[in-house]
Design a protein. Structure first.
Lengths: 318, 318
C-alpha cells in the first residue's frame, strides 16, 4: 500500500481533502521537525518540506510534494533518488508574496518606513517629497505566478510595467513591455521600482551585482521576494549607504536569517521582513497548497502525470 | 487694476501660467509667513492660504483661492468680508491623499509597521498571519475626490467597496454599495478597512465616538485622512490599547501636531504621519493647484462664476 507522510499543518478539513483524493493510500501525519528518519524512509509520497538531509535518497520515495515554491535544497544531487518526482507549490504563493512586496514598494514611495522611525521618537517631522505608483515605471524580473500577479497590481494602480522572462512567451496580461533576461541591463536604468522574484539557482545567484545596482536610478526602489543570494549584499549595502538607490524592500536576505549584528539592519533606507511573505501567513496560501497536494495525490493514485513537476536542471517547474 | 497676491511657492513656469490666465491683473509674490498685513489688505485676489487672522475681513478682497481642500479656518465669521468669494483646491489632493492612506492600510494588513519596529531591534521575528486587500470589505466615508480615488484603488486590487455620501447621487465608479450618512452604523460592522475623508465641520467632529468605534470589527483598520477631530482620540486610544481594533493609520490627529508626550505615539498598532499626505509632497499636487488657481483667475478676469466655490454654511465646495 502506498504510504503518504504529511508534514504540513493539515487540520481536519485539510486531511479529509487529502485522503479523499487517494482513498486507497495510507496517511501518516507529522511535522518537518518531528518526522523521524524511519517515517521518511518508509514513505512513498511526502507532502511538505521535510529537511532535505533526512531523505537520504530513499528508494521508496516516489514523490516529494513541497509546500514551497523554492526547490533549491532538494535539487542538490544526493538528496532525492533517481526517479523520485519532485513537485513544488508554485501558484500557492503568488497572491501572498506579490502583495507583500508590492505593498513594501508602495509604502517606501510614501516614506512610511521613515515616518515609522520618527514615530518611535514621538517626532512630528516632515520627510519631504514622495512619489506615486501611478507615475512609476515598474520592472518585474521573473514572471512566474508571483511576478505576473505583481505586474497586474502595479498596472491596476496606473504604473507602466516592464517584465523580464527567462523564456519567450505570448504577451503577459498586465505587462506593457516584455523582454528576455539578456535585456535586463537595458531596462534597469528606466525603472522606478524593480521587483525581483527569481528562484535560487546557479544562474540567478549574484545577478544584482555592484555593476547592475549602479545601472539603477538613484531614486529607484529594489524589491526582492525571490532568494536573498540574487543580490550581492555588500554591494547593496554600499549603494544604499551612499544613496545610490532610494531604498530596498527585502523579504529575503543573504545570509538568512540576517545576523543581529549585520549592518544592513541599521540603514534607514532598507526595509527588512524575515522571509514571511510566503509561508502560511495568508490563510488562502495554505488552502492552495492543500489543493495542489490533493490533485497530485489523485494523479499518483491514477498513474497520471503530476502537476508542478520540478526540472532538476533548472529548479523551475517543468 | 486688480491686484493678485500669490503666496504659494510658484516657480517661474507657475508664475507664467498664473499671469497668462489674467494678463491685465497685477501680480505680487510672497509667502504665507512673509505676506504683510498691508499686502493682504490691498489684494483683490489672494492665491494661497494666508493666515486667517491677517485677513481681517478686508473689503478689497474679492476672491481667496485656497491651496488646501480644507476650509475650516476661513469659514469662521469675521475672517472674510461678506461678498468675498472663497474657493478651495478640492481635486488637487485626491491622488496624493488617497494613495497615502490606502497604502497605510495595505501596509498595516501586512504588518509592515510591526516588522519595522522589529528591524529597529535587529530582530528577525515572525509576526504571524496577515490579510489581503483582495479579500477585504473597504468602507469609504466621505466620497469626494479623495474618497472616490481611494475606493477605485481598493476596487482595482479586488476589494469589495462600500461608500458613504452626504448627499444622494448617481452610482459612483469603484463603489459597490452606496449609502447616505445615516446608514453609517449599519455598515461599520462589515468593514475590514474604514477610510475616512471628512472635512472639519461641526457635523463631522467626534463622528467616530466610543460607541461607533465599538461597532467596528476587532480586526478592522481605521484610516483617517480628513480632520483629526472626526475621531474621539481618547476613545481610539482605549480601543487600540485593548485590541478592539487591529490598527489605525492616521495622517491627521487631534490635537495636531500630536504632542511629544501623547500616549498615542507609543501604541504599536497605530501608524502616525504628520499631516503630510497632502501639502505639496507629491509634485503633481502643486501643478493641479496652480491649474485650479489659473482657471479661477481667468474666470475672475472674464466676470465668470468661479470653480470650487466654497459654501460658508457647510465648508464644502458648493
Amino acid at each position: 500500500m502506498t504510504k503518504v507522510l504529511v508534514v504540513i499543518p493539515a487540520q481536519e478539513e485539510h486531511r479529509a481533502k487529502l485522503e479523499a483524493a487517494a482513498p486507497e493510500f495510507e496517511f501518516v501525519y507529522s511535522t518537518p521537525k518531528d518526522a523521524t528518519e524511519e517515517m521518511i524512509a518508509e514513505a512513498n509520497i511526502i507532502i511538505g518540506n521535510v529537511p532535505a538531509g533526512k531523505i537520504k535518497a530513499s528508494e521508496n520515495l516516489q514523490l516529494l510534494q513541497l509546500n514551497s515554491a523554492g526547490t533549491d535544497a532538494y535539487i542538490v544531487p544526493g538528496v532525492l533518488a533517481k526517479g523520485t518526482l519532485l513537485a513544488n507549490a508554485t501558484g500557492a504563493y503568488s497572491k501572498a508574496v506579490a502583495e507583500h512586496l508590492f505593498i513594501m514598494g508602495l509604502a517606501m514611495q510614501k516614506k512610511l518606513h521613515l515616518y515609522r522611525d520618527n514615530q518611535a521618537r514621538s517626532a512630528w517631522e516632515d520627510e519631504g517629497l514622495v512619489t506615486s505608483i501611478a507615475d512609476s515605471t515598474v520592472l518585474v524580473v521573473g514572471l512566474g505566478d508571483i511576478g505576473t500577479h505583481f505586474a497586474r497590481m502595479a498596472k491596476a494602480l496606473g504604473a507602466h510595467t516592464i517584465g523580464i522572462k527567462r523564456r519567450a512567451s505570448e504577451p503577459v496580461e498586465g505587462v506593457d513591455e516584455l523582454y528576455l533576461t539578456d535585456e535586463l541591463d537595458n531596462v534597469l536604468p528606466r525603472a522606478d521600482i524593480i521587483a525581483s522574484f527569481l528562484p535560487g539557482t546557479g544562474a540567478t545567484a549574484g545577478i544584482y551585482s555592484a555593476q547592475r545596482l549602479a545601472l539603477m536610478k538613484d531614486t529607484a526602489i529594489l524589491l526582492n521576494g525571490g532568494r536573498g543570494n540574487a543580490i550581492d549584499t555588500d554591494a547593496l549595502y554600499e549603494a544604499l549607504k551612499n544613496k545610490k538607490l532610494f531604498g530596498a524592500g527585502l523579504d529575503v536576505t543573504n545570509p538568512e536569517p540576517l545576523p543581529e549584528d549585520h549592518p544592513l539592519w541599521k540603514l534607514d533606507n532598507v526595509w527588512i521582513t524575515p522571509h514571511i511573505s510566503g509561508g502560511f501567513h495568508l490563510k488562502e496560501t495554505f488552502e492552495r497548497i492543500v489543493n495542489i497536494a490533493a490533485k497530485n495525490l489523485s494523479h499518483m493514485a491514477k498513474g497520471e502525470p503530476i502537476d508542478n513537476e520540478v526540472d532538476f536542471e533548472t529548479g523551475y517547474r517543468k
